[in-house]
Design a protein around this ligand. Structure first.
Ligand SMILES: Cc1ncc(COP(=O)(O)O)c(C=O)c1O
Length: 399
């Protein structure tokens, strides 16, 4: 006898399979790298990882994690304000703030948590938050949560449309605090937020600007300091959230970088931090070592940019039409979800792991395979992947 929940979800799962939208997990038997060992398949080129700088298995990053395990043990065994916080967390937070160019930062168990914490903690019922239409799911849910917790007003502006944002800010004159939130790099498009215009508009309306730089930290700017560095605006963004789970070692964790007062207020009041354990010391130490590696090796960021440029140019040469851009996120739009999943399956059969994304992760009819390039892909890796794209593209009559 199944309960009502099991009764409801079992046919839904079967429908996912019939629709071709069911996600099958691929298991890896080796660390994240340009090439990995995939269970049941052998060596595969990964073209869908956020390991942008290849630091997930960088020897100094792994060694730092092991050393922290010896020094601090497995974890804090409670939340930070109750049980104490490790000195490695303080060192990490200083490094995060230094990297992105803010006076202070506070780490969280994930950037998802950081994005939940910012509006829900900092806003009140007198306030407003306006979010870009294509923001990451964690921002969307953070805004929903803030509305439920604080009764703040919420709004969405058309993607990248500063005229729409201007109108919505003008209409919200009576709101005490106005907060605007955007991805720095939009994860499904690879597009970069129009930061100079956003800063100017927010200043004019005395609004607080929050930028989620999860796909920009370690990626954009000459030294990988993010969207602000890309535009020569380091120090000009009010609040930056970012992840430690992508370019900065790829383990897990996130942070909010902001003024000392905002960081302190979040330390006092942010529920995902007050009622949940801190990052494991292994992760804090590996993340710190990743930031130190990045600071010492800006040429890794230049290599990433060069690899992304090469791959995008070659895809165009083959006749694909990737979304235009200059980040290592290179989506090829295919239309229906099943088409994206089919292409990704065929590429995997050729030894190239690229994920297909469909509705509701991206808008209906805009399913895509999303390539993500790493600084550690060799020319041989990229050329082999391009040969697979040529073969599958012809098979599917895309080129
Ligand atoms: C733009 C953006 N923000 C936040 C997150 C969440 O990061 P985390 O894995 O640290 O929770 C992601 C992860 O996919 C992301 O792409």
């Amino acid at each position: 006898m199944t309960n009502p929940l099991e009764h409801r979800i079992a046919p839904e799962l079967e429908q996912f399979i019939r629709d071709g939208t069911y996600k099958r997990l691929n298991f890896l038997e080796s660390p994240q790298a340009a090439r990995v060992q995939m269970e049941g398949r052998g060596e595969v080129i990964i073209l869908s990882s956020n390991n942008y700088l290849g630091l997930a298995n960088e020897p100094s990053v792994v060694a730092a994690g092991k050393a922290a395990l010896d020094s601090f043990g497995a974890g804090t065994a409670s939340v930070r304000f109750i049980c104490g916080t490790f000195t490695i967390h303080r060192a990490l937070e200083a490094a995060c703030a230094r990297l992105v160019g803010t006076p202070a930062s506070l780490s969280f168990g994930s950037c998802w948590n950081a994005n939940e914490a910012v509006p829900g903690t900092l806003l009140t019922e007198n306030d407003l938050i306006i979010s870009d239409q294509l923001n990451h799911a964690s921002i969307i849910d953070g805004v929903r949560l803030a509305k439920a917790i604080t009764k703040c007003q919420t709004a969405v502006y058309q993607h990248g449309d500063l005229t729409d944002l201007d109108a919505k800010l003008t209409a919200a004159k009576d709101r005490r605090v106005k907060m605007v939130v955007t991805d720095g790099v939009f994860s499904m498009e690879g597009a970069i937020a129009k930061l100079p215009d956003l800063i100017e508009l927010c200043r004019r309306h005395q609004a607080v600007l929050v930028v989620d730089d999860s796909h920009a930290t370690g990626v954009l700017g000459k030294n990988g300091r993010g969207t602000a560095e890309h535009f020569g605006l380091v120090g000009e963004v009010d609040i930056i959230t970012s992840t430690l789970g992508k370019a900065l070692g790829g383990a897990a964790g996130g942070f909010v970088a902001a003024s000392a007062a905002v960081s302190d207020y979040l330390t006092q009041r942010a529920r995902p931090q007050l009622f949940s354990n801190a990052l494991p010391p292994t992760v804090a130490a590996s993340s710190l070592a990743s930031i130190e590696f990045l600071e010492a090796h800006p040429e890794r960021v230049a290599g990433l940019r060069e690899n992304a440029r090469y791959f995008r140019d070659q895809l165009l040469e083959l006749g694909f039409k990737p979304l235009p851009g200059e980040t290592p996120i290179i989506p090829v739009i295919l239309g229906e979800t099943a088409a994206a999943i089919r292409m990704s399956d065929l590429l995997l059969a050729e030894g190239v792991f690229v994920t297909g994304f469909g509705y509701p992760v991206v808008p209906q009819g805009q399913a895509r395979v999303r390539c993500q390039i790493s600084a550690t892909h060799t020319r041989e890796d990229l050329d082999q992947a391009l040969a697979a794209f040529r073969k599958v593209g012809r098979q599917l009559q895309l080129i």
